[in-house]
Design a binder for this molecule. Structure first.
Ligand SMILES: NC(=O)c1ccc[n+]([C@@H]2O[C@H](COP(=O)([O-])OP(=O)(O)OC[C@H]3O[C@@H](n4cnc5c(N)ncnc54)[C@H](OP(=O)(O)O)[C@@H]3O)[C@@H](O)[C@H]2O)c1
Length: 240
């Protein structure tokens, strides 16, 4: 579980543990990881500090997981950085940081984990993208580009590794009650006309809505699905 200390990652971890999984929770901050481990108070949670911008660090973590647990049945990617601003205010460095922390991070973790999944003859990957992949938000264009690329990457990996019994699916959250969503909302006040349509279900989603979708996509109940992009957005995406 990569990005385990985030608003969505923490709940996904909790639900994975509740379902009986052994979880390796990873993120950048060791303090946050320790707090999560103690909060879940489960022996089945290991932690692994990693900066997903560093390919070599990811490889070390993946090798460590295989050494300790013998296999990696599933990989869930949920990293991102919260940086929302108008297009004209974002320089190359900002774009690189956002793409590096999400798109390239997902590329690196998949590239590191898939060879082990091939060897063990099975694997399930769920990548979290977002509604902004299909519905651009003016203050979230780098994140939206990363999400669109994550969708394409995931479909491509699903095609590439179908014969290896590896499924790759995407959960694309709409607005979810979280610090990240509040930050996006306040950035939109600069451009009220660009505010996205609210959820048709008349309420903002909760992190547990995303966790439910992730668990279902990791389970055999969704065994016929791969390369799927599942919006969990309360119907708020305006396009098809
Ligand atoms: N929340 C929403 O409304 C929403 C809507 C649409 C899509 N999404 C997507 O859902 C995913 C999770 O969102 P969230 O709200 O849970 O975000 P969040 O609370 O900001 O959590 C982000 C997670 O990514 C980790 N991370 C960031 N940079 C990292 C790095 N360089 N190395 C390792 N870990 C790193 C963070 O760990 P540290 O804190 O230790 O850095 C944290 O665990 C993101 O991909 C986001 O784009 C969220």
């Amino acid at each position: 579980m990569v990005g385990a200390t985030g608003a969505l990652g923490a709940i996904i971890c909790r639900q994975l543990v509740a379902s009986g999984a052994v979880v390796v929770a990873s993120g950048r901050s060791l303090d946050k990881l320790k707090a999560l481990q103690s909060d879940l108070s489960a022996e089945s949670v290991d932690i692994a500090q990693v900066d997903v911008r560093l390919d070599s660090a990811i490889n070390v973590v993946i090798q460590g997981i295989v050494a300790a647990h013998g296999r990696i049945d599933a990989l869930v990617n949920t990293t991102s950085v919260s940086r929302f601003a108008d297009f004209l205010e974002l320089d190359d460095e900002a774009w690189q940081e956002i793409l590096d922390s999400k798109l390239m991070a997902y590329v690196r973790t998949c590239r590191a984990a898939i060879p082990y999944m091939i060897k063990q003859g099975q694997g399930d990957i769920v990548n979290i993208s977002g509604r902004s992949a299909r519905q651009p938000l003016p203050t979230h264009l780098p994140g939206g580009c990363a999400n669109a690329a994550v969708n394409l990457l995931s479909k491509g990996l699903a095609d590439r590794f179908y014969d290896d019994n590896i499924r790759v699916n995407v959960v694309a959250p709409g607005p979810i009650e979280s610090e990240r969503f509040s930050a996006i909302e306040s950035s939109h006040h600069q451009n009220a006309a660009a505010s996205a349509r609210p959820a048709l279900t008349r309420k903002i989603g909760e992190p547990s809505d995303i966790a439910e979708a992730v668990l279902w996509l990791l389970s055999s109940r969704s065994r016929q699905l791969t390369g799927v992009i599942l919006p969990v957005d309360g119907g708020s995406t305006v396009c098809v």
